[in-house]
Design a protein around this ligand. Structure first.
Ligand SMILES: [Zn+2]
Length: 249
């Protein structure tokens, strides 16, 4: 899971340079992985068992400007999760370290990605944390975003990612009831080797600091993966704290 793929530098860790991104994609393909959309992960008719779904959260413009041309070169389609209130707008909600503003994908960009075989998912209406919100708000964030996207792409939307990756049984159940098939969450330590709830897909984030050795550890499935999960939890904790501070200001 990536956030920004952009040459524009920021102080945070969520922005990966396009050249680094290309090296990582090339590495995955050279290792025999088949890069698919999230819904294709479990498509039985596909022959290759070594599948990875490349995802982008937040729907930044850099996805179409920088990641899309690279993936197109390798004939790969990915999945992008859109915050529907921010379609075609600049980010005002993000960490925004150093005062850099990043634009989000427009309706036309989203359509272009769909035409290229990409999958579109919802990342809520406004990217507020869904933890502790009342039932009405939770349903609004899940259903209104889904309906908005379906109106744009004229296809059903089956995948959802909770803001900040914070899923719970309550959010998961509400998302399944709202018509989603897969709900992406963050990889909490407790799920390592544990049972994963129905519909939940746990993802590993790629950060600016990740070299190819980190990517290899993320794919290892052994103790080296555990190291990456701990690292991800620490980085996520720190960036969520920054967002909380920014919101309070
Ligand atoms: Zn997000």
């Amino acid at each position: 899971m990536y956030h920004k793929v952009d040459p524009k530098p920021e102080l945070g860790l969520s922005c990966v340079h396009p050249k680094t991104f290309e090296k990582q994609i090339d590495f995955l393909i050279s290792k025999g992985f088949h890069l698919v959309t999230l819904s294709q992960l479990e498509t039985e008719s596909m022959s290759n068992d070594k599948r990875i779904a490349i995802c982008f959260d937040d729907g930044y413009k850099g996805v179409i400007e920088h990641a899309y041309p690279i993936l197109k070169k390798y004939s790969v389609a990915a999945t992008v999760f859109i915050i529907t209130n921010f379609i075609g707008r600049k980010n005002t909600w993000d960490v925004n370290l150093g005062g850099i503003q990043y634009e989000h994908l427009s309706r036309e960009d989203i359509q272009k990605l769909v035409d290229a075989g990409w999958e579109i998912g919802s990342h809520s209406v406004s990217h507020q944390s869904l933890r502790g919100v009342d039932k009405q708000e939770l349903q609004y964030q899940l259903r209104h975003s889904k309906a908005t996207l379906e109106k744009i792409i004229k296809q059903p939307v089956h995948v959802f990612t909770a803001p900040f990756g914070t899923i719970s049984n309550r959010i998961n159940t509400a998302a399944l009831k709202s018509g989603y098939h897969k709900i992406c969450g963050f990889f909490p330590i407790k799920f390592y080797k544990g049972a994963i709830p129905k519909g939940v897909v746990l993802r590993l984030a790629v950060y600016r600091s990740d070299g190819l050795n980190s990517i290899e550890r993320k794919l290892s499935g052994d103790r080296r993966l555990y190291f990456e999960i701990i690292k991800q939890n620490v980085i996520n904790f720190c960036s969520n704290a920054t967002i909380a501070v920014n919101t309070l200001r």
